[in-house]
Design a protein around this ligand. Structure first.
Ligand code: G
Ligand code: G
Ligand code: MN
Ligand code: NA
Length: 243
């Protein structure tokens, strides 16, 4: 019963918790930032994309995302030095008042990174791009999430001009065994460099994959190999840092 569940969480936001997954600076072998991922306390586990899609269908998607963004802004106080903090936001919800007004009222937005990804064909990105420029002037960065999959493609790269390009997990899996994936990662790395953006390999699960990205000079990486999502800002596993 989605309407009831979503209404309950909006009435009691403490049922929404956030876990943080480290994003690693490959060259320095240090944590560069954390991605915040939502978890919902309830009778059974339901993945967050279902929650956010349901809230969106019910017309309160921006309100639910605003709960996450408000929490992220507060959590900056506990963030380790020199780290950024990313949150997942649907572009079409970013421009809705509940989310837009919160961000515009927050003052300095640094070091927040908005991970933008769309799961449907977007008709017009113009208002999103306009808001992106305003938010960037206040210190927020933009990441193109799931790059290379679905509606997160080259057109989004040119229109959103993201500061971070997150290479989709599907293109990361077994990258060392797949000439086409390697070529795509290399091409996106070059493209990102030309656009003054960082490429980030997400969903890295093995050292074989990691080594391929090290050879390609990919600056940022994230995945279960490097650290799982956990409550709070965990430091890097010494075994990972030492490798
Ligand atoms: O953390 P997990 O792999 O279960 O997340 C599943 C999906 O839910 C991912 O696509 C992730 O981006 C999305 N997701 C997790 N947290 C949030 C959130 O706070 N907002 C939005 N819009 N999506 C989220
Ligand atoms: O759509 P988005 O990229 O935001 O999704 C992030 C999701 O990917 C989170 O739910 C997170 O739990 C999951 N994730 C993070 N690292 C890995 C990984 O190494 N392998 C897999 N399979 N999932 C991962
Ligand atoms: Mn993401
Ligand atoms: Na992603």
């Amino acid at each position: 019963d989605w309407p009831a569940l979503v209404a309950e969480v909006l009435a009691d936001p403490s049922r929404l918790t956030l876990v943080a997954q480290p994003i690693v600076d490959v060259a320095g072998a240090v944590v560069a930032g954390y991605e915040l991922l939502s978890r919902f306390a309830g009778p059974r586990h339901l993945t967050p994309d279902l929650w956010f899609a349901a809230a969106d269908r019910l017309g309160v998607g921006a309100e639910l995302e605003a709960v996450v963004v408000a929490r992220a802004l507060e959590m900056r106080a506990d963030l380790p030095d020199n780290c950024f903090l990313t949150v997942n936001v649907s572009p079409h919800l970013l421009v809705e008042p509940a989310l837009r007004d919160l961000l515009l009222a927050a003052g300095d937005l640094s070091p927040l990174v908005l991970e933008l990804t769309e799961h449907t064909a977007v008709t017009d990105l113009t208002p999103v791009v306009e808001l992106r420029d305003v938010l960037h002037a206040r210190g927020a960065l933009v990441a193109l999430d799931d790059a290379g999959s679905g509606y997160s493609g080259l057109q989004q790269l040119t229109s959103m001009r993201p500061h971070v390009v997150k290479l989709d997990r599907a293109l990361v899996a077994d990258v060392h065994l797949d000439e086409a994936k390697l070529a795509l990662a290399e091409m996106l790395g070059e493209l990102a460099g030309r656009l003054d953006a960082w490429l980030l390999a997400e969903g890295v699960e093995t050292w074989d994959e990691m080594d391929a990205f090290v050879r390609l000079g990919v600056p940022l990486a994230q995945g279960y190999l490097l650290g799982r999502p956990t409550p709070g800002f965990a430091s890097l596993d010494p075994a990972v840092a030492a490798r």
